[in-house]
Write a protein that binds this ligand. Structure first.
Ligand code: PMP
Length: 444
């Protein structure tokens, strides 16, 4: 397998260059929060795959739901006015649970195409209300909104831009609220004021609010290194957008489905966005699916005379009935104890990681619920980041692996945590203990 992989498979992102030397690590099976590799090594998956296996692996009821749906109706398109029962029910159940008037659901295959779809919907919306000149989009540095070219343009991480002419000239960024290294310091009021001023300045720079269509943000920036904004930041930005007649898009691809505690992180913030993007935890990684949740207000504007929205794009696998059946079962699990377990486990995880704060390599511990990060530094007082190349982070990843723990090691020395919500107390404690051991070995 290692040779076949080396010769043929082009891996995404390829941040772990260890592949070339040591070869691919083949995963064989998984149950709950534990994965087993091809050599029989058991590891706790502290990252739920790629922040997605919220329900944990090998959940029989999800497997049953998928298999039953495959037997009954393996495929149905949403084109030609057709549909399937699970897709209709899932749309309705999401609308029922989503904040405020997010009553309309557009299914995609994942997060990137959900983000792409919002850009189209927002252009339709601004055109339909006679404001076609509102065609500029603003997002945040250190933000991540996908790998498709439009999503990659809204993404601020430079690795996703190389060679494609993105961001496009209609995609703009403001600085992140990243408090640990924020030049305005970590005082919440100062960080909020700086972000509000930055958004206003960017709006002016691109020609005023009459040119700006939408603002995108993650309630907690994930791929940028789990950057948690100060309390009130999301609400302040949402309110400014409303005041300026700029649509507010909450990208909940990571934060949605219990990752931070409630079903959606917007509930923590007490806000209702105009559009919300979701994926990952929606089907918990068992099958691909994403969904755009759209406010009734936006929908009514883009709907044609018959009340149906004229949407100019879709995918062969939009609203796939097997994905929808999985989504319905995963929702049922969230409400039958998974969200509650995630909230308890999340509090334990945060407390456990906080206990590592005194470690000489730990600059900051941050997060909310089952979404956390430990930022490593070589000098705590000076906040000196680990050397920029990915090699030191790769070594931390390798050591954690050898200690039976899978975590994300970002190139800048930030360790990311997003365990399955089904984790037991013992598993959470093991994640913390194995991290401590890994840090001690890194220091030695
Ligand atoms: N938005 C956010 C906030 C994400 O974290 C991601 C994926 N990490 C995406 C969009 C893209 O989702 P996908 O990889 O499913 O296309």
């Amino acid at each position: 397998l290692i040779e076949l992989d080396r010769d043929h498979w082009i891996h995404p992102v390829a941040s772990y260059r260890g592949h070339e030397k040591a070869g691919v690590r083949v995963l064989r099976s998984a149950k709950g929060a534990t994965i087993t590799d091809a050599e029989g090594r058991q590891l706790i998956d502290g990252f739920a795959g790629l922040w997605c296996v919220n329900a944990g692996y090998g959940q029989e009821s999800i497997v049953e739901a998928a298999a039953n749906q495959m037997r009954e109706l393996a495929y149905a398109t949403g084109y030609f006015g057709l549909g399937s029962e699970p897709a209709i029910r899932l749309a309705a159940e999401l609308a029922e649970r989503a904040p405020g008037d997010l009553k309309r659901v557009y299914f995609t295959l994942g997060g990137s195409d959900a983000v792409d779809s919002t850009v189209r919907f927002i252009r339709y919306y601004q055109q339909a209300r006679g404001k076609p000149q509102k065609d500029q989009f603003i997002s945040i540095e250190q933000g991540y909104h996908g790998s498709s070219t439009v999503g990659a343009g809204l993404t601020a991480l430079p690795a996703f831009h190389a060679g494609f002419g993105v961001p496009y000239d209609w995609q703009h960024k403001i600085p992140s609220h990243y408090t640990y290294r924020n030049p305005v310091g970590s005082d919440p009021a100062a960080v909020i004021a700086a972000s509000l001023a930055a958004l206003k300045a960017k709006v002016d720079e691109v020609g005023g609010a009459e040119r700006v269509a939408a603002f995108y943000c993650e309630p907690i920036q994930g791929s940028g290194g789990v950057l948690v904004p100060p309390p009130g930041w999301v609400k302040a930005m949402r309110d400014l957008c409303a005041e300026l007649d700029i649509l507010f898009v909450a990208d909940e691809v990571i934060t949605g489905f219990g990752r931070t505690g409630p079903l959606f992180a917007c509930e923590d913030e007490g806000i209702v966005p105009d559009l919300m993007t979701t994926a990952k935890g929606l089907t918990s990684g068992y099958v691909p699916m994403g969904a755009v949740l759209m406010s009734q207000k936006v929908y009514d504007v883009i709907a044609d005379g018959s009340g149906a929205a004229a949407v100019g794009h879709g995918y062969t696998y939009s609203a796939h009935p097997v994905s929808a059946a999985v989504g319905l079962e995963v929702l049922r699990l969230y409400e039958n104890g998974l969200l509650e377990n995630g909230r308890k486990a999340g509090a334990r995880l945060m407390a456990g990681l906080e206990s590592l704060s005194d470690h000489p390599l730990v600059g900051e511990v941050r997060g909310r619920g089952m979404l956390a990060a430990v930022e490593l530094v070589t000098d705590k007082a000076k906040k000196t980041p680990l050397p920029a190349a990915s090699a030191p982070a790769q070594r931390v990843f390798d050591r954690a692996w050898n200690n039976g723990l899978v975590i994300r090691a970002f190139g800048n020395g930030v360790l990311g945590y997003a365990p399955p919500l089904c984790c037991t107390e013992a598993e959470i404690d093991a994640i913390v203990e194995r991290t401590r051991k890994t840090l001690d070995e890194t220091l030695a």
